[in-house]
Design a protein around this ligand. Structure first.
Ligand code: ATP
Ligand code: MG
Length: 410
């Protein structure tokens, strides 16, 4: 009921029904049945006939009793008032013997009664039903028109909603068909042009990063060769360390571009095997990593990319966090891998930036732990591409908790 469509329908229907309702009221008032002001001529006829009947009693048929039927007190009152106004206070009575029978005025004439039929304009039989049906018809008609108009009016918004829903994990939107009413065509064209400009901008950014990463390799190799000739041992070690870092940044940038530009082959992956394989491999490389528990889970992802994502997260916990603990659990329709450590965590005000490229929580730590600052960016890109997401929180006392959620494959 809170949708724009429902509100428009309601607004239009209420507007139409109130206008027609008020007009119906005005019409009913203007064409209301005649009231007391129309009884004057009847009073004149009553007096005239009474006079004739008194002067020549045989000229008119007289009865012993007033006409039978249902009394009409209001009309009787109006008629008596008009007779009074003419100076003849007569004890007349108006009755009607049936719905289709005319009204009859019973006029007392010397102990007998003269019956005079008078015109009657009663409302049609079951007048209220007619009115209710009329209003129901108007309501239905107004609702139908309101739904039709509201649907047409919000078509551009529906298109926008569909377009947003169709944005894939690569942030690209499929081309929308340019058809339908003018407003929808304009909205579709605008969205298509926005999407194509966004795609161009993303592709040119990717090309730039990939080219820069690639072109850096040659000067880095030259620098490495020159560094080998530095005679001072300490100096040489520092040069080589910096060159290693440069190389890692260039490599990571290329990996990130590859992940963002998509084109990865997804398959069904046994996540518990993948995670325990990574922990085993990292332990073999002397990283401090421990597998606490796993649950069997199949997910749909690119195996090599997913491997890289979990490696990045577990290595972070093992290095920045001084020791990784990994466990798995199910959630509704998804599986969660939790990677915890007891390290320093990340200052709360910086937590919102952890997935930004080249983010380093503490630049001073660069001295001890080498890294490009792209590991988390790459990991999130990969996990999101598989329909999942990563959340990173600080532990209650210390350490960092990384939650990776992936939809279970059927
Ligand atoms: N478990 C952790 N504990 C504390 N700080 C962390 C943890 N994981 C990541 N960080 C902080 O987040 C920063 C970004 O991590 P990210 O993995 O993106 O880059 P990196 O590890 O520095 O380099 P690389 O690209 O080689 O992974 C790290 O430099 C570190 O400051
Ligand atoms: Mg890292």
């Amino acid at each position: 009921m809170n949708t724009l469509r429902a509100k428009l329908v309601l607004l239009l229907a209420v507007a139409i029904i109130s206008v027609v309702g008020v007009l119906t009221g005005v019409l009913l008032y203007l064409f209301r049945p005649p009231g007391g002001q129309h009884m004057g001529p009847v009073a004149d006829q009553v007096l005239m006939l009474k006079r004739i009947a008194e002067q020549s009693p045989t000229s008119l048929p007289l009865s012993d009793a007033p006409a039978a039927g249902k009394p009409r007190p209001e009309i009787t009152r109006w008629l008596k008032q008009d007779l009074d106004a003419r100076g003849a206070a007569l004890n007349v009575a108006v009755t009607r013997s049936g719905d289709s029978a005319p009204q009859v005025v019973s006029i007392p004439v010397n102990g007998a009664w003269l019956h005079l039929p008078i015109p009657d304009l009663p409302p049609p039989d079951g007048g209220w039903h007619v009115l209710i049906n009329w209003l129901a018809l108007i309501t239905l008609g107004a609702l139908a028109i309101a739904i039709f108009v509201a649907n047409r009016m919000i078509q551009p918004l529906v298109l926008l909603e569909k377009a947003i829903a169709s944005v894939g994990p690569d942030a690209l939107m499929p081309e929308l068909p340019v058809k339908g009413p003018a407003e929808v065509k304009v909205a579709a064209k605008a969205l298509n042009s926005l999407s194509s400009r966004l795609k161009d901008a993303m592709e040119s950014r990717m090309r730039l990063v990939a080219a820069a990463g690639h072109d850096m390799r040659t000067p880095i190799t030259r620098m490495r060769l020159r560094a080998e000739f530095v005679t001072e041992d300490d100096d040489r070690a520092m040069w080589l360390k910096d060159i290693d870092e440069l190389e890692r940044i260039a490599d990571s940038a290329i990996v990130l571009v590859r992940e963002e530009s998509g084109a990865s082959h997804a398959e069904t992956v046994r996540l518990d095997d993948l995670v325990s394989g990574i922990v085993g491999e990292l332990r073999g490389l002397s990283y401090k990593a421990e597998l606490e528990s796993t649950v069997p889970a199949l997910v749909h992802a690119n195996r090599v990319a997913l491997n890289r994502a979990f490696r990045n997260l577990i290595i972070n916990a093992a290095t920045h966090g001084q020791g990784a603990r990994v466990r798995m659990e199910y959630d509704t329709r998804c599986v969660r891998v939790i990677i915890e450590d007891d390290g320093p965590g990340i200052p709360p005000k910086l937590l919102g930036q952890v997935f930004e490229p080249f983010f380093r929580a503490d630049p001073a730590r660069r001295q001890n732990i080498a890294g490009a600052g792209l590991g988390l960016t790459i990991a999130r890109e990969i996990v999101r591409r598989s329909g999942g997401d990563i959340r990173i929180l600080n532990g209650e006392k210390r350490g960092l908790r990384q939650f990776v959620e992936l939809p279970l494959s059927d």
